[in-house]
Ligand binder design. Structure first.
Ligand code: FAD
Length: 400
């Protein structure tokens, strides 16, 4: 196991960093620096710039418009994007649907959807979870009845991120309710969100944002040609997709960026009559987080090193990356919020602003840090909850 970066990998990191610096539009860079989450138009603009360079579909092979990078290059790329910070590419298009199409799609499906997914000409969302099917995803009930060369879909999905902005949705449906095992009667369909019978209802999350939705299907007609892989074999496709989803969720670059950001802002904030950055308790907290981030980075390199050595992609250690990565993401976003102190309370800041003649009272970064902290409470739920990750670690890593 060699955990050092090669000179080529270090040069690659420098190239990615320089590309972001030279090409990320100033207004987007400014918003991201203040801690805003990227808007749809920001992601569209940036993903298209990356796609021109051949980097948007960063996990795909060259044949389908990706850069054909190694696992280490992919990790470096993602870390640089998060650390800058620049908007991340749409994960539903790039890390979920794209690899599924490449692995399981027909030639026609690949040619039709892959170039558009890379360039974000189609915005995809993921219709997996249902009110009775989250951790136990195979319990899903949304049904697809076959009539000639169409499926008629009825049912409900929930927690569908960005469904209100999406052009297409990849959906798991039950095509054989009589199958002996619940995993056996499932199929994977591509559904055009403009199809009659689809209703999208917003769910507003704790940070006040509209990211999540319920999606209802009432007699929605989907051509059979929009099915990926064989009928009733959709579970194989779903497992493949979830493995890819989890590997990318650690977001080490984002956690590192939050710590760096907190250290910078702490120089401006005061605690006990001196800069917060000089406070011993604050410094202890930073040291602890940086040590844990370093440990996670080494675990991530171990996973990649095993991948390089050909031990296969579905390493159960990736459950540790998801588990520890999201715990650190929550701890570092909490740190950034705490640095803001009272300024980090959005409601309070609004009230103070109303009473004041000053046009701008609190730095916007502080309230945005709170929004980010609140939204990322969900990081230990999406992509498989941390309790489920602990089950995987106990069984597949520790052999308990
Ligand atoms: C912000 C956000 C975005 C999301 N985006 C999408 C999306 O775009 N598309 C999509 O399809 N889904 C999405 N989801 C849904 C997500 O995948 C589910 O919320 C998740 O799988 C958990 O399912 P659940 O909410 O039904 O909780 P449940 O499965 O009901 O779990 C409830 C609690 O019980 C625990 N639990 C359940 N089973 C076990 C077990 N066997 N052992 C120990 N503990 C257990 C869980 O850990 C959890 O604490 C999103 C969720 C969030 C929060």
């Amino acid at each position: 196991m060699d955990l050092r970066f090669t000179p080529e990998e270090l040069a690659f990191r420098a190239e990615v960093r320089a590309f972001i610096g030279d090409n990320l539009p100033d207004d987007i860079a400014q918003r991201m620096r203040q801690g805003h989450s990227a808007r749809k138009q920001d992601i569209l603009a940036w993903q298209r710039i990356l796609n021109k360079r051949g980097w948007a579909a960063y996990t795909w092979p060259k044949e389908w418009g990706g850069p054909g990078w190694s696992a280490v290059q992919r990790m470096i790329f993602l870390e640089e994007i998060q650390a800058y910070p620049a908007p991340e590419v749409n994960p539903f298009n790039v890390t979920m649907l794209g690899p599924v199409l490449i692995q399981f799609g027909t030639q026609e499906q690949k040619q039709r959807f892959l170039p558009r997914a890379a360039n974000l000409d189609d915005w995809w969302c993921q219709g997996f979870s249902e009110p009775g099917a989250g951790s136990d995803l195979a319990a899903l009930k949304t049904a697809a009845r076959r009539e000639g060369d169409e499926y008629i879909v009825n049912g409900q999905k929930i927690w569908t991120s960005t469904a209100h902005q999406a052009d297409w949705c990849f959906v798991l449906v039950r095509t054989n309710p009589q199958a002996a095992k619940k995993q056996e009667g499932i199929s994977f369909l591509l559904v055009d969100m403009k199809t009659p019978g689809i209703t999208v209802r917003p769910i507003v999350s704790i940070d006040g944002s509209h990211h999540l939705n319920e999606v209802f299907f009432d007699d929605v007609h989907v051509p059979v040609s929009m099915r990926i892989f064989e009928e009733n074999k959709g579970w194989d496709v779903a497992k493949f997709l979830l493995g890819n989803e989890r590997t990318g969720i650690a977001r080490l670059g984002k956690s590192k960026e939050r710590v760096k950001f907190a250290k910078t802002q702490a120089k401006e904030m005061r605690a006990g009559g001196r800069p917060l950055s000089e406070d011993p308790e604050f410094r202890r907290r930073i040291a602890q987080l940086e040590t844990e981030l370093k440990s996670l980075e080494i675990t991530q390199l171990r996973v990649l090193s095993a991948e390089k050595a050909g031990e296969g992609r579905q390493n159960p250690l990736s459950a540790v990356l998801k588990l520890k990565g999201t715990e650190l993401l929550q701890a570092t976003t909490e740190l950034a919020m705490d640095v803001g102190g009272p300024l980090a309370m959005p409601d309070w800041a609004d009230e103070l602003e109303a009473l004041s003649n000053e046009p701008e009272l609190g730095p916007v970064w502080a309230t945005e840090a709170t929004r980010s902290y609140l939204f990322l409470r969900a990081a230990s739920i999406y992509g498989g909850t941390n309790e489920i990750m602990k089950n995987i670690v106990s069984k597949a890593v520790l052999g308990l």
